[in-house]
Design a binder for this molecule. Structure first.
Ligand code: G3I
Length: 370
């Protein structure tokens, strides 16, 4: 508490943010959800416990602070479609019910992704068989939640860093056509849900060019694509605000919506200049790589708050182009960044601390709306 208090005072001094004391949490007054309601949805990713509502305080906080939800894991094919003729909708039903109960914008993540792919689908080597598997996967799931899921990540992370197409199970069997096919099947099944291409590092020049080309290819075939999801797994010092802004403009210029879909800001050293969210990489934990095992120092809390404030300023500047900004989780405690790219670190990338208290970063974002 002492740390939080001094952090907020330091933040106030450095940033001119009008917060009085550490316990004067605006979370008790206006939540982000209401503060941003005329700009864009502010969302969070729900893990299993969130969906099962194992913690009522946390459920209430999510309902108050966020107007949109994404399922962090449970809608991925390995969980939802574990065998060719087996679909598991128990968790996704509860997820959608949570969103409806809280009057939220409900996002589906994700239909076609090379990672967390059901093993039966990964093992397909024939193009016709893969196309059939993709079609029934997309159509069954989109149909099941037709009219209830407001937008889908139709294809996730199809690009390499140089902007070429990733050699995924889908690309290997079908070739580049699989992208347009996926969007076509989703659009045919629910013409009223928004269809997104979603990826990380979409601020990087080469990958950005690849994403622009990908969207244009789908559009040139007359197939519906509604948006680009920039995941937003960012770092305390990168990408630059200019790169973020240029990227938003590049995607908006395609005539599609831009969503920030998986926002978090790592404050920990990035070993070997590792960037992005490629989960196949992992490193041994050590002290240098885990500098804040007990608490984040004030100076870093302030830096994080400033970084979030700068990021949200550019989002607000382009709010006419942005449909949604979703954080990749609610509190630092369960963030995937505690285990990536080094297992067992203590990271602080989100707006709420390990006790679910709003951080200076939270106040800095709320202050932009005061
Ligand atoms: O299902 C097992 C469970 O049985 C076991 O008890 C538990 C023990 O660790 O592991 C569970 O699997 C974990 C899974 O999440 C579900 O919780 C995996 O180990 C873990 O690697 C997996 O991580 C997820 C990761 O995607 C997998 O690629 C993260 O939670 C999730 O935040 C992350 O999200 C992705 C987005 O979907 C796409 N963009 C990048 C983003 C970050 O990688």
């Amino acid at each position: 508490m002492k740390i939080l208090k001094s952090t907020l005072i330091a933040t106030t001094l450095l940033m001119g943010i009008s917060c009085k004391t550490s316990n004067n949490h605006k979370a008790q007054e206006t939540g982000l959800r209401d503060a941003y309601k005329n700009s864009f949805h502010v969302g969070t990713a729900l893990n299993r416990d969130d969906i099962l509502q194992t913690d009522s305080l946390r459920s209430a906080l999510i309902g108050k602070e966020f107007s949109s939800i994404t399922a962090e894991n449970i809608m991925k094919s390995m969980f939802m479609h574990p065998e060719k003729d087996v679909y598991q909708f128990d968790m996704s039903d509860k997820y959608v019910e949570f969103g409806e109960k809280n009057n939220m914008f409900i996002h589906g993540h994700t239909l076609i992704w090379h990672s967390q792919l059901a093993p039966w689908m990964r093992s397909i080597s024939d193009s016709t068989e893969m196309a059939q598997a993709m079609e029934s996967h997309i159509k069954t799931i989109v149909e099941k939640y037709k009219g209830r899921i407001n937008s889908w990540d139709v294809v996730n992370e199809a690009l390499n860093e140089d902007g070429t197409l990733r050699n995924s199970a889908f690309y290997k069997t079908i070739g580049s056509e699989y992208l347009a096919m996926a969007f076509k099947w989703a659009a045919e099944t629910d013409p009223n849900t928004d269809l997104y291409y979603n990826d990380y590092n979409l601020t990087n020049k080469a990958k950005r060019a690849g994403a622009v080309k990908l969207v244009k290819d789908i559009q040139s075939k007359g197939i519906k694509i509604d948006g680009v999801g920039m995941q937003g797994h960012w770092h305390i010092d990168s990408p630059s605000i200019e790169e973020i802004e240029e990227s938003i403009l590049d995607y908006a210029n395609l005539g599609v919506k831009v969503a920030i879909t998986e926002l978090d800001v790592s404050v920990l050293p990035n070993p070997w200049n590792l960037v992005g969210a490629e989960i196949s990489q992992n490193f041994e934990n050590n002290k240098k790589l885990n500098p804040y095992p007990e608490a984040l120092p004030d100076s870093m809390q302030v830096k994080l708050a400033k970084r979030y404030s700068d990021i949200f300023k550019v989002f607000l500047k382009h709010q006419d182009k942005i449909s949604r900004v979703t954080f990749w989780g609610t509190s630092d405690k369960e963030s995937w960044l505690n285990d990536f790219p080094v297992r067992g670190r203590t990271n602080y990338p989100l707006l709420f601390d390990r006790e679910l208290k709003p951080k200076a970063a939270y106040d800095s974002i709320l202050a932009l709306k005061k």
